[in-house]
Design a protein around this ligand. Sequence first.
Ligand code: Z5A
Length: 213
Amino acid sequence: MGTAKAMFLTVEGVEGVGKSTHIETIKNFLDERDIPCILTREPGGTPVAERIRELLLAVHEDEALCELSELLLVFAARAQHLERVVKPALAQGKWVICDRFTDATYAYQGGGRGLDVAIIAGLESLVQGELKPDLTIILDLDPRIGMRRASERGELDRFEREQIEFFDKVRRTYLDIAAADPQRCVVIDAASDLATVSADLLKILNSSLLKLA
Ligand code: Z5A
């Protein structure tokens, strides 16, 4: 399949929804079509941004991280990631598949923490300019199931320690984003078994890529 320009694909959802698992499905789909791509993630994706990720996920016993600091750290990591990884890859004609992006900021810092959406939008514009994902896959799942799936990994990070109400708000915000931007966002029911979710994802990739091509 030939496309005019490299695409920026993001995958979103609550914790344990299967983003990492299904990003591999997307990679295989593109590999089979000889479409060059990179896999990356946020927060992170460069050595400096990965260090910011560590700060964001760590539990700071001695000093609680302020909500505004959290938001600014997320965007600091994003600025670094965009300049060092995402934009260069797109300029080289490589597709970028990113595990979380700015929708996660609206969902977690906006929906979850209750920060002013106008502040997030201002930072988005400052850091990204016009750059937005071409396609966003939102894997939708009751956070109770996601937490159960992810719980086998051992110690909980700073976000994973939040109460279930926080993740309900995150999920609600993702669904609101999808409803407001149906051209870019596709929602997949991630409660089904792995094979069914993969099949749904492949269907969406096929039809979305036909539209993007
Ligand atoms: N964050 C933020 O606050 N603001 C921002 O702007 C950004 C991020 C960008 C780290 O994200 C944190 O950063 C995140 C929000 C915050 N915190 N939280 N929560 P992350 O994406 O790195 O971390 P995560 O959400 O904790 O990802 P995860 O737990 O690794 O989930 P996942 O990648 O979606 O799931 P998975 O590893 O593919 O699957 C989990 C398990 O479930 C695994 O054993 C799978 O085999 C299994 N699985 C997957 N799908 C299925 C189905 N369909 N059936 C059964 N089992 C399944």
